[in-house]
Design a protein around this ligand. Structure first.
Ligand SMILES: Nc1ncnc2c1ncn2[C@@H]1O[C@H](COP(=O)(O)OP(=O)(O)OP(=O)(O)O)[C@@H](O)[C@H]1O
Length: 473
């Protein structure tokens, strides 16, 4: 039987048969020279003649890596591994040898099977998975917008607001620590909650701990909890800490700069390993909590002072985001005024509107207390004004803008109108220049030319002091 087959299948016929295979087959000599390859190998590499080339050289040239023939020779055994070609295709290649009469390697035969379709499918799946994540996030965003449209949150119109809003969407599902910085009332807490809402943790707890609001001695037990009987005065049943309560959710550590130094290493350990110990317990606990830290102090300064650990600062500062004060994103002021006007009109059953004068005045106001101050003022105005139009004179008497108005109006009784107007212009010039420290910026802010400003400075005998402030000559 075998003899008959051998008679029919001579060498030429065998090579023809191997040529019909669609996987590349190589026969190499033990010095790496290619003796024969099938058509599939030519088709696959399409670099012209392969016979006579040396596979070790080809490996060095980066045509593929590793050379299976080389591995077979080195290991003197059957080898199967993934080879990467210069086109970044992945090929599963196996190789074996044919030995001579002394048992030495005579030929190496290798056989390849392209893996790329499978790998491409995996990549395709990964792509689909990330698109799915994106859609999920957009759906969450839409639900959020729908629920909060006229309730708690307004996504600002300014570039800065757009930037942080887009950033929140990007970062929401990346499980990393975030450090939010910004003046009091800019919306750090609101923003942290928004990140939580946009993330896949949104159906788990969002816990807010204001580290400045609880005594230093209690922060540890608030955060990490304690075992029963851990210390005198402790609750007999022990206490679950906020970290455990926030498991799988988000924990906002507000005013993080106030965390006492001795607790900072414990917090750092939790950030690094997601493990901690309750007070009075040796057992290591684990919790999957996303930490968002917020502060309105300069933490780097605290590091320099030695009251904040440098390593903790860097660990928190992986993804920092500064939320600009309202006076630096003025385009958000009017929309926020309207947002809160309609929110409080609805809440208190009013139909108030804001006068143009009041809008202008509030637009130019400095808002040291940021959105919180604006929100509180609007609530007060809606409650206390008879309406329907709310004007400057409805501002509460303790509101700084009203105070300056009153001073000006008092003066009006004593001087003529031109002098009175000059007084106003002069004080606007001084205020604006002292904020901007530049005549050019002052002119831009006030909508006049720089030469106009210079002329007015002369008229009012104003000069720029060494401290870069406008003073009377
Ligand atoms: N984008 C926004 N749209 C509407 N209201 C907002 C927005 N951002 C913040 N607020 C409101 O402003 C007030 C202050 O915001 P928030 O408490 O988040 O500020 P904060 O930066 O955390 O302040 P602090 O540093 O004092 O803790 C809150 O009542 C909040 O609802």
């Amino acid at each position: 039987m075998t003899a008959r087959i051998l008679q029919q299948l001579n060498g030429q016929m065998l090579l023809k048969i191997i040529n019909t295979l669609k996987d590349p087959i190589w026969i190499n000599e033990k010095n790496g020279n290619v003796l024969w390859v099938n058509q599939a190998a030519y088709d696959y590499f399409s670099i012209g003649e392969l016979v006579g080339k040396n596979v070790f050289e080809m490996e060095k040239q980066g045509l593929f890596s590793p050379s299976i023939a080389r591995l077979v020779i080195e290991q003197k055994q059957f080898v199967s591994t993934t080879q990467i070609t210069q086109n970044n295709d992945h090929v599963l290649v196996s190789g074996d040898y044919i030995q001579d009469e002394n048992g030495e390697i005579q030929y190496i035969v290798t056989h390849g099977r392209q893996l790329s379709p499978a790998i491409n499918q995996t990549k395709e799946l990964e792509k689909i998975e990330s698109i799915l994540q994106l859609y999920k996030q957009q759906i969450r965003q839409l639900i959020l917008q729908k629920n909060q449209q006229d309730e708690d949150f307004y996504v600002g119109k300014s570039k800065a607001a757009h930037y942080i809003s887009e950033w929140a969407q990007k970062i929401a599902d990346i499980d990393t620590t975030i450090l939010l910085t910004g003046e009091t009332g800019v919306g750090k807490t609101a923003f942290a909650y928004r990140i939580h809402q946009l993330s896949s943790r949104n159906n788990k707890p969002f816990i807010h701990l204001d580290c400045s609001a609880i005594p230093e001695s209690l922060i540890e037990s608030e955060l990490f909890g304690y075992k029963k009987g851990a210390f005198t005065g402790a609750n007999a049943n022990g206490k679950i800490g906020l970290i455990a309560t926030a498991d799988q959710g988000t924990l906002l550590l507000d005013e993080i700069g106030e965390i006492p130094l001795h607790l900072q290493s414990k917090l750092l350990q939790f950030l690094q390993n997601k493990t901690y110990r309750m007070i009075g317990d040796n057992k290591v606990q684990q919790a999957d909590v996303r930490i968002i830290a917020a502060t309105n102090v300069n933490l780097m300064e605290r590091v320099k002072e030695g009251t904040f650990r440098k390593d903790l600062f860097y660990r928190l500062n992986v993804v920092p985001m500064n939320i600009a004060p309202l006076r630096e994103r003025k385009e958000d002021i009017i929309p926020l005024l309207n947002f809160y006007l309609s929110k409080f009109n609805k809440k208190y059953g009013r139909q108030h509107t804001l006068s143009k004068n009041l809008m202008d005045a509030l637009y130019n106001y400095r808002w040291e207390g940021n959105i919180r101050e604006l929100e509180n003022l609007m609530e007060r105005l809606v409650i206390t004004s008879d309406g329907p139009k709310i004007d400057i004179n409805n501002l509460p008497s303790d509101f700084p803008l009203q105070q300056s108005q009153q001073i000006l109006l008092q003066n009006l009784e004593e001087v003529s109108l031109p002098i009175y107007l000059d007084q106003i212009e002069k004080s606007i010039l001084i205020k604006t220049y002292n904020e901007t420290n530049s005549t050019w910026k002052t002119a831009k802010q006030l909508g006049v030319s720089q030469s106009y400003i210079i002329r007015r400075l002369k008229k009012y005998n104003l000069k720029i002091s060494d401290a870069k402030e406008l003073v009377e000559e």
